[in-house]
Design a protein around this ligand. Structure first.
Ligand code: NAG
Ligand code: NAG
Length: 214
């Protein structure tokens, strides 16, 4: 009798412990890996609504407060988009057209932890990789490789689909490459208005500005 009671208590404790573990596991959904402070990535971007393709070299450099997108539109121009954390963005070409627009935003560049607080949606295959998928509010879906935890793909609700082709952690672009050309400096800055273009959240405005230029 005594042993039976002891056994029952033991079993109760065991059941309790294992059910605890299950609830804990539920609370611990995977979190997206923060971006490395410096990296270089080649991105293939499909503007799926317009069916336009571009290849972008992204140089993210958080310690130096800067972010560069080198945007090559398919059979089109090569556009530089240099974004500084103080809010200034330079958009320019280095060809004979010597175009430049300087825009002042009231937000900095994306922080390495910009995905914090995203909602976990489970696992899905994307571009042939098994990925964890998160949704950031209502405007972005982010796919991260389950094994390597590198980003594979993200999609803006506007239909801009970004495929990550290379992801070199720690790669840094040399200083001279960040210097906007002289013709950027002899006209006045445009002040970007507070309202959102196309319903875009403000911190992504800088990222879509180049698409506004033709
Ligand atoms: C780009 O997106 C469109 C629309 O979803 C699709 O039809 C097309 O195949 C895509 N292009 C590439 C190269 O993936
Ligand atoms: C921000 O930094 C860049 C690069 O140093 C500079 O060219 C620009 O004038 C600065 N903008 C402001 C508003 O201070």
């Amino acid at each position: 009798m005594k042993t039976t009671i002891i056994m029952m208590i033991f079993c109760l404790v065991l059941t309790n412990a294992s059910s605890n573990r299950i609830t804990e596991k539920k609370d611990e959904d995977p979190k997206p890996k923060p971006w490395p402070e410096q990296f270089h990535s080649v991105l293939v971007i499909n503007n799926t609504k317009k069916n336009e393709l571009q290849v972008t070299d992204l140089w993210y450099d958080w310690p130096n407060g800067r972010n560069l997108n080198l945007i090559q539109k398919q059979l089109g121009k090569l556009l530089y988009d240099v974004e500084w954390n103080n809010g200034t963005s330079y958009y320019y070409t280095l060809d004979a057209t010597s175009e430049c627009r300087t825009v002042l935003f009231d937000v900095g560049i994306l922080r390495p932890n910009w995905l914090e607080g995203a909602t976990y949606l489970g696992q899905q295959h994307m571009d042939g990789f098994l990925c964890n998928v998160w949704q950031k509010v209502d405007f972005l879906w982010y796919y991260e490789d389950v094994v390597t935890r590198r980003p594979v793909y993200w999609l803006f609700y506007t239909g801009r689909a970004v495929h990550v082709i290379t992801f070199e952690e720690g790669a840094v672009l040399e200083d001279s490459q960040w210097q906007a050309p002289v013709y950027c400096f002899n006209k006045k800055e445009e002040k970007e208005e507070q309202q959102q273009i196309d319903g875009y959240p403000h911190q992504f405005l800088r990222d879509i500005m180049p698409l506004v230029f033709t």
